[in-house]
Design a protein around this ligand. Structure first.
Ligand SMILES: Nc1nc2c(ncn2[C@@H]2O[C@H](COP(=O)(O)OP(=O)(O)OP(=O)(O)O)[C@@H](O)[C@H]2O)c(=O)[nH]1
Ligand SMILES: [Mg+2]
Length: 205
């Protein structure tokens, strides 16, 4: 079993130019519409309640937050370090157009310029799987992703769906994962999936 045995906040950055230096391609970027449950999932994955702030006021996180995370394979005791990157929620309606535009530019710059990114995790609220904004983000990622990068879709708040609805979602999105941070469902699977992708060799090696 793979677990995250350590996680700590490193720094916040307002944009890609202020991102911390790191040489390896070891970043796992979490992206989601505001209020989808990104902070809750970060806390659940790292088993660290106060790591990322959870709020009922959407759109609070306006900075890019960095966390150093240590994975450990319990079977082999092998460790793997990575950075989790918490990007500000996109598509938050209650900010002015110009702020919104600045943020969208900021996010797209980060995604297209930051070569350290190994994995993009796109979180989607399981109750709203077909929002235009998520479809655009999926398309954007699909176009932006480089040969040595990966995309993982994770549906959040799966406790809000009954079994039948969960099965239907699974059929429609067979490559996606499903989690509930509050019920701690699917979190081990998600950790393992992230770990396996981080273990993939860079293509130029
Ligand atoms: N039922 C349920 N509620 C959840 C789950 N995860 C998060 N929530 C709730 O959804 C709300 C938003 O959660 P956050 O984790 O703060 O979401 P976020 O995406 O980080 O939001 P912002 O940073 O504000 O954009 C909170 O009220 C959480 O308690 C879940 O797995 N199940
Ligand atoms: Mg948050």
């Amino acid at each position: 079993m793979v677990e995250i045995v350590e996680a700590k906040f490193i720094t916040s950055a307002p944009n890609v130019n202020a991102a911390p230096e790191s040489l390896d391609q070891d970043e796992v970027v979490f992206m989601a519409r505001s209020n989808v449950g990104k902070s809750s999932l970060l806390n659940a994955l790292t088993n660290h309640k106060g790591l990322a702030k959870v709020s009922s006021t959407p759109g609070k996180t306006r900075l890019i937050n960095y966390f150093d995370v240590t994975f450990m394979d319990r079977d082999t005791s092998e460790k793997k370090l990575a950075k989790f990157v918490d990007l500000p929620g996109f598509g938050y309606a209650k900010v002015s157009k110009s702020i919104k535009h600045d943020w969208e530019k900021n996010l797209t710059d980060y995604i297209s310029q930051r070569e350290q990114i190994k994995l993009f995790i796109h979180l989607i609220d399981c109750r709203h799987p077909h929002l235009d904004i998520d479809t655009s983000v999926s398309q954007f990622l699909f176009d932006a992703v480089r040969e040595n990068q990966y995309i993982l879709q994770i549906f959040t708040k799966i406790d809000k769906l009954n079994q039948k609805e969960q099965n239907a979602l699974r059929r429609e999105f067979p490559n996606a994962m499903m989690v509930s941070s509050s019920k701690k469902k699917g979190t081990h699977k998600a950790i393992k999936a992230i770990y396996d992708i981080l273990q993939e060799e860079d293509s130029e090696d």
